[in-house]
Ligand binder design. Structure first.
Ligand code: HAM
Length: 448
């Protein structure tokens, strides 16, 4: 029996990899322009980090973590998100002595035991950004501006809606929470079982329920925005004013809540209508108390994470590989020995070359060259070898010319420039990631 991949995980195949590279390089470019530097973090941490950081009563900690004991019996967890790990590293390495805000980004796989569906996986990837050590509302606006800029760079900004809300803080949220629980209990009969359960455990998350039967009650629920204390209300006004000044369009979404306990004040999501239930492409907000909760200084912080799979789904398309500059066809082992050395030399100069291994007939090799889509093949048989020559054949026209074997390397290295009027070659010169993006839709890794 073949061993298959685990449910909820997916492979990124070569046709899709250039899209991922595009996301990664856009992230490096955009985040770099705002002064963010990359941090690379381990995939697993002590379980306690997430239990404390994300919140004991959240769905993530209660139901979705991949937790295991290592051989010493220590409880470890595959990271379900990056924020707690970034802060752990920030505290552990004393990064807080650097000028604030300390601006960090990281990218890579996260793990959550969720029910897999299109756009939702058990191993998925995030681009995560954190600005630590500054509580000014302009940092929230600046971070949101960077998020929007990232999607503009990918040509997706017009297909997304930015929703923002304020979640209040330790001063005003408890009163709201009490009022909300009271309201939800009053209307419990018209809520689903999960909402009733959440009313007692994590009432703000009830607002997030997408079931149509719960909507009438939730639409009428009291809003946190009406309960904000003066400093939180002022803070939210200023965030909005900064966004307005930057020309960033947004919707104030009174029902926007987030799946983590750590947020205070600004919370935001970028939403799409194109991916069904998995409508959040990115989410984030301010989390001022978390650095201290994890044992660090009382540093304020704000940030977001982008779901890379969802962005790739929105971008769509698969890529076709760029053809190599030439396909070398040795006929026999002696010719192979010479052409292997030539290929080595030309590849060293950055020119992509494919090579036959001298075992197949010329016809079969030409067929392979055709399938690779190359413009030129080089043929060296016994006769050519004896004369220290090689034949360069142009595939389309079939025209051939003979060159000295000694200058074959230079001839091949000159091919891309010679053919640079053709689109394929121009793209090729930009590197593998720049090859044509076709129109076929990207296949979604798992539709159970
Ligand atoms: P989050 O909202 O849980 O936030 O995740 C951010 C994004 O990751 C989501 O908007 C979504 O696009 C993607 N995502 C989440 N779960 C899955 C999944 N199972 N499959 C595919 N994509 C998924 C956080 O993780 C926070 N740490 C963000 C943050 C950073 N807040 C402050 N700093």
């Amino acid at each position: 029996m073949n061993i298959k991949s685990v449910r909820g995980v997916h492979d990124i195949l070569p046709a899709e990899a250039p899209l991922w590279q595009r996301l990664e390089s856009a992230a490096r470019r955009v985040f770099g322009a705002y002064g963010y530097r990359e941090i690379r973090l381990p995939l697993f941490e002590r379980t306690e980090l997430f239990a404390r950081g994300i919140g004991e009563v959240t769905d993530i900690v209660q139901k979705e973590m991949y937790t295991f004991a290592d051989r010493t019996g220590e409880s470890l967890t595959l990271r379900p998100e990056a924020t707690a790990s970034v802060l752990r590293a920030y505290i552990e390495h004393g990064l807080h002595v650097q000028p604030k805000p300390v601006k960090l980004y990281t990218m890579g796989p996260m793990f959550r035991y969720e029910r897999p569906q299109a756009g939702r996986y058990r191993q998925f990837h995030q681009l995560d950004v954190e600005a630590i050590g500054e509580d000014h509302p302009a940092v929230d606006a600046e971070v949101i501006g960077m998020l929007v800029r990232f999607f503009a760079e990918l040509g997706l900004a017009d297909r997304l809606a930015l929703h923002i809300n304020s979640l209040g803080d330790g001063v005003c949220r408890p009163a709201y929470r009490e009022r909300l629980v009271e309201y939800l209990r009053q209307h419990a009969a018209r809520l689903c079982a999960e909402c009733r359960d959440r009313t007692e455990r994590n009432p703000l998350r009830v607002l997030d329920c997408k079931k149509p039967e719960c909507r009438p009650v939730l639409d009428q629920a009291p809003s946190l925005l009406d309960f904000l204390c003066d400093p939180c209300a002022d803070n939210f006004t200023r965030v909005r004013a900064y966004l307005d000044a930057m020309g960033i369009r947004y919707v104030v979404d009174r029902r926007l809540v987030r799946g983590f306990d750590y947020y205070v004040r600004t919370a935001f999501e970028l939403l799409t209508t194109e991916l069904g239930a998995q409508n959040a492409v990115a989410g984030g907000g301010r989390y001022d108390g978390l650095v201290a909760l994890l044992g660090g200084p009382p540093d304020a912080a704000t940030g977001f994470a982008i779901g890379m799979e969802r962005v790739v789904l929105l971008l769509g398309g698969t890529t076709t590989p760029c053809p190599p500059a030439a396909f070398l066809i040795p006929l026999g082992d002696q010719a192979l020995t010479r052409l292997l050395a030539v290929a080595q030399e030309v590849r060293e100069r950055g020119v992509p070359i494919e090579l036959g291994y001298g075992t197949r007939k010329l016809r079969a090799e030409l067929e392979r060259a055709h399938r690779l889509g190359v413009d030129h093949v080089v043929i060296v048989g016994e006769t050519e070898l004896g004369r220290e020559e090689a034949i360069i054949r142009e595939m389309k026209s079939g025209s051939q010319r003979t060159v000295r074997l000694a200058s074959l390397g230079d001839e091949l290295a000159a091919l891309p420039e010679r053919a640079s009027s053709t689109g394929a070659t121009a793209l090729r010169s930009e590197g593998a990631a720049a090859c044509e993006v076709g129109s076929a839709a990207v296949t979604s890794p798992e539709h159970p």
